[in-house]
Write a protein that binds this ligand. Sequence first.
Ligand SMILES: NC(=O)C1=CN([C@@H]2O[C@H](COP(=O)(O)OP(=O)(O)OC[C@H]3O[C@@H](n4cnc5c(N)ncnc54)[C@H](O)[C@@H]3O)[C@@H](O)[C@H]2O)C=CC1
Ligand SMILES: O=C(CO)COP(=O)(O)O
Length: 389
Amino acid sequence: NCYTSPNLSSPTSTPLLPRNLPFPSSTRSSTLLSATPPSPTQNALPYPVRIAVLGGGNFGLALASVCGRSGYSTTLLVRDPDVAEYVNKNNCHPRYMSDVRLGDKVRATTDAKSALKDATYIIHAVPVQYSRNFLLNVKPHIPIGTPVMSASKGIETTSLGFMADILEECLGKDRSYAFLSGPSFAREIAEERATAVVIASEDKQLADDLADIMSSANFRVFTSSDVMGIEVGGSVKNVIAIAAGMCEGLGLGTNAMSGLVTRGCGEMRRLGLYLGAEPTTLAGLSGVGDTFGTCFGPLSRNRNFGIRLGKGETMEEILATTTEVAEGVDTAGALVDLIKSRSKGYRLDLKYPIIFGVRDILEGKLGAREGLEGLMEMPLRLESYEATH
Ligand SMILES: NC(=O)C1=CN([C@@H]2O[C@H](COP(=O)(O)OP(=O)(O)OC[C@H]3O[C@@H](n4cnc5c(N)ncnc54)[C@H](O)[C@@H]3O)[C@@H](O)[C@H]2O)C=CC1
Ligand SMILES: O=C(CO)COP(=O)(O)O
């Protein structure tokens, strides 16, 4: 890769905000709980920073507001000129979180060239299945070497690639990439509620710089080098959340829910270790942490999708009444295909019963109740297993 932190070693550089600190201490609790937003602060990086955010959905908006609140000029690249005009006039999106102001550092445009040519960092927040086309369209405007951070979670159904694969295939190997994940609902971020995430990159300097840029009292950014761990966690947790939602919709109870989510985390761990992820990442914010948030949090689209399935709605009925993306729907099938293509083992459905079960339910091969109750008939073995396939 060819990312070098712009002028970070300058002797005049101002000390950066501390990273990897625990949640803000009680001295900050008034800020955490206050309805009044804290005044914008610019994190002290000794070089000009301009952020471009690809994708004007909930998460692109939330991350743009984080960067804007840190004091950085942030441009949101959207597809619809009416949306761009509305954002610039009203400082909020007309449809997504329309009650949330984005802050005066955030502007929107449909002009990829103007958004990208001077960007120091690019944040990608386009749903996974649309990412390849989107990236190939904007590629001519992305300067060589500009680092890109993805915040999207899932697996592409056509290539079975994670975002790391899609980014490299679309934008080349001659730049550094980073990946943001963790329990982080867009609305809570936009409302400046306490949030802890992790940014992973093989390029430590990039992860550190992005953490400095985005960290604030209410948005804590930890760093990691385990890209695979981050990507497996972010992909699998959405599928587990659909199962958790079905469990909720069917009224199966707290014991069932806790058992299901824990066994789902076991499947995440099994796949992650097989693909080379670190166990600590899978047990961390982007693995178990995001699974808790998504399985139990009322804001989760994946969980809500599952609740509606559990209550008896069909896939078609649900898809016809939502414009928001539940990544787990496509990722469930992609995960099954990925597991089959990478594993030499047999009866993989017994090794990944929740992932395979959700895929079967989404494909209409099983009803939600039948699928979840089928888990009660799984062979009883040792609870813990190694990462063998
Ligand atoms: N919303 C959240 O709380 C979080 C979302 N994420 C991830 O962020 C990514 C983006 O999700 P959201 O912003 O929530 O999506 P969203 O559901 O809020 O919005 C959908 C976005 O997709 C865009 N879109 C629709 N069709 C498209 C197409 N054909 N080509 C390009 N773009 C198209 C829409 O313009 C919109 O920007 C997903 O991978 C999601 O898993 C991650 C953490 C939290
Ligand atoms: O990833 C998320 C929170 O961390 C958002 O989850 P949903 O896509 O299910 O809303």
